[in-house]
Design a protein around this ligand. Structure first.
Ligand SMILES: *Cc1c(COP(=O)(O)O)cnc(C)c1O
Length: 344
């Protein structure tokens, strides 16, 4: 194996069966209805290639944000557009700054592209430590806001300060941006180093179709489109995503549901002895009153999957759960209470 990838282990791949999934932060309302409608009646000539750069979807996004088609780079999930950013802007051996704790796949993309990960610890309340992020004068930096797995959005002024002081590209991964409401997308033309990532996997309820996009100024987006693998987004996914963009009512409904249920779920967890952290996203990180692995495994046996972050630095004994509907949260809290009482 290539030396830079020899330490790789496979990604999270649980056996799911008919378990309730509170582990992936997808939309608890189920499949995106406009996308589902498109797919059920889609007629297309699959003998043709799809549009090379998904122009139809880029036009729909341009209209949504009041930008131009050429501000967008579309890929098979934001995981592809993240990979494109590293492929476009880093040389072998370059440093990339990644906050801790944050999204585990960033290390993978940096290493896969021959880079070195330089970690920058977040502050005690999981906010950006601007000087720590800028210290290594890295070639590229990446930060999710809202952050995964902690759930909080970073302060806008800290992100702006990093953009102004950084030498290289700054990737702001807004996978949960619909939930927080805050976004840097409308400001991409102001900065020569801002790349915003978005996905259809979370609020848009289309994780199975693998669609994501990057937004940047025209010059940066053009460089990334030149590097991207042509045709990576298939026709069905592109068509479904266009339909989904045009149904913003579903997004509003999805965000409202999370807003209504976030407080009650936090309170419920606190009552069971957890310490929940503040969330601007559709999930909550919480420190468990019993051993994290016992809790996660106990819940799995009772048919509920949550995600265990308890053995990682800075999230010791913490677990992350998606914020469900009232019914789902009730099931989660009841079964959690059972696991706790069986293991005290
Ligand atoms: C879920 C998630 C993504 C989405 O990845 P896709 O490839 O678009 O499914 C990206 N970044 C973060 C931080 C996430 O949590």
């Amino acid at each position: 194996m290539r030396s830079t990838t020899r330490h790789f282990r496979r990604y999270y791949n649980p056996s799911v069966g008919d378990a309730i999934r509170m582990d992936t932060n997808t939309n608890v309302l189920g499949s995106n209805p406009a996308a589902a409608k498109f797919l059920s009646s889609a007629e297309m000539n699959m003998n043709d290639y799809p549009n090379t750069y998904s122009d139809g979807l880029r036009d729909a996004l341009a209209e949504l944000y009041g930008l131009e088609r050429e501000n967008f780079v579309v890929g098979a999930g934001s995981d592809e557009t993240l990979d494109i950013a590293f492929k476009t802007f880093t040389e072998w051996g370059d440093n990339a700054v990644v906050p801790v704790p944050s999204y585990s796949l960033y290390d993978y993309f940096v290493s896969m592209n021959g880079g070195k990960v330089y970690t920058a610890d977040l502050t005690d309340d999981y906010q950006l430590d601007v000087d720590a992020v800028l210290k290594p004068s890295a070639k590229i930096m990446i930060m999710p806001s809202p952050n995964n797995p902690t759930g909080n959005a970073f302060r806008q002024k800290d992100i702006e300060e990093i953009l102004e002081r950084a030498d290289g590209p700054v990737i702001v991964d807004e996978a949960y941006g619909e939930y927080s409401g805050a976004s840097m997308i409308k400001r991409v033309n102001e900065f020569d180093n801002l790349i915003v990532m978005r996905t259809f996997s979370k609020a848009y309820a289309m994780a199975g179709l693998r669609v994501g996009y990057a937004v940047a100024n025209l010059n940066v987006a053009d460089m990334m489109n030149c590097v991207k693998i042509p045709y990576s987004l298939n026709m069905l996914s592109e068509g479904a995503a266009i339909a989904a963009v045009k149904d913003q009512e579903f997004i509003r409904r999805s965000v409202d549901l999370v807003d209504r249920n976030r407080g009650p779920l936090s309170d419920g967890l606190r009552r069971l002895g957890f310490t929940p952290f503040p969330s601007d996203a559709n999930f909550i990180l919480a420190r468990s009153p019993i051993d994290h692995a016992v809790l996660t495994e106990g819940l799995r046996k009772k048919g509920v999957l949550i995600r265990d972050f308890g053995s990682k630095r800075r999230t010791e004994n913490c677990v992350r759960t998606t914020i469900g509907s009232e019914e789902l949260n009730k099931i989660l809290l009841e079964r959690t209470e059972e696991v706790i009482s069986e293991n005290q």
